[in-house]
Design a protein around this ligand. Structure first.
Ligand code: ADP
Length: 234
């Protein structure tokens, strides 16, 4: 119950902060007659806050959806490489300086090894979050994604050479609204990883993380194959 109370308090805070900023900016601009440039500046800033608000509320909705009963979510055979390319394209369109490299391990032998059972939208959100974090938290805005089919499960690695996560933060990194002590100078709301975690659980998978402060971080997404079949021919 306490966790839920905390969650609601945190969620309200995340929504109220941009709303307060929007209200403040509009109140100030309306206090007297302004020139076109001033109106334009305020509207641009308000639009930024609105986009961020929209993004936060969408993620909260997804978090609620991913936390609800499995029966409400559609599962279908899904190609993981398609989802990765789609997420990559969408992110690079929004952030042209981000570099997202997608590759395959040498255990990759046939297309069937790329198919998992899942919800496209949710899985794309999960991989997109991991890609975006890798770029956001590293100077060169670069993340390496490696698809590694194993015998009964599919591994997808997301590795960066960024700021890293301290051992203390690592313990709480999947809790909603938790942000690392070295991440406070970066934009964010601490919703992404908790969403990734819920989505992965919903798919019967798991997520692991290793990190060293100042060196980099690596997330490993583990997803089961349909029927847990042995797909490697070796
Ligand atoms: P946000 O990025 O909006 O803060 P997330 O839930 O996605 O929210 O991440 C939670 C925290 O985990 C971040 O604040 C940051 O401290 C840490 N984190 C996540 N991914 C990385 C990464 N690739 N490198 C360093 N820190 C990370």
């Amino acid at each position: 119950f306490n966790m839920q109370k905390n969650f609601i308090a945190n969620a309200s805070h995340e929504l109220r902060t941009p709303l307060t900023a929007i209200t403040g900016q509009l109140e100030v601009i309306l206090m007297k007659e302004r020139n076109e440039e001033e109106y334009r500046e305020t509207m641009t800033s308000v639009l930024d806050d609105m986009k961020s608000l929209n993004n936060t509320s969408n993620r909260l909705l997804l978090l609620a959806q991913a936390s609800s009963e499995t029966s409400k979510v559609d599962f279908n055979p899904t190609r993981i490489d398609d989802l990765l390319w789609q997420a990559q394209q969408e992110i690079v369109k929004r952030n042209p300086d981000y570099l997202i490299e997608v590759g395959f391990s040498d255990t990759m032998e046939e297309e069937a090894q790329l198919t998992v059972t899942g919800n496209d939208q949710l899985l794309k959100t999960a991989v997109g979050n991991l890609m975006e974090n890798g770029c956001k938290y590293s100077n060169h805005h670069k993340v390496q994604v490696l698809i590694e089919p194993k015998k009964k499960v599919l591994h997808v690695h997301f590795s960066d050479n960024g700021i890293g996560i301290s051992p203390n933060d690592l313990k709480q990194i999947f809790e909603p609204f938790h942000r690392g002590s070295n991440a406070l100078g970066y934009k964010g709301h601490g919703i992404g990883l908790s969403l990734v975690d819920r989505i992965v659980q919903l798919h019967g998978g798991r997520i692991e993380v290793t990190s060293e402060v100042g060196k980099g971080t690596s997330f490993k997404l583990i997803l089961p194959y349909p029927n847990g079949e042995n797909l490697t021919t070796a």
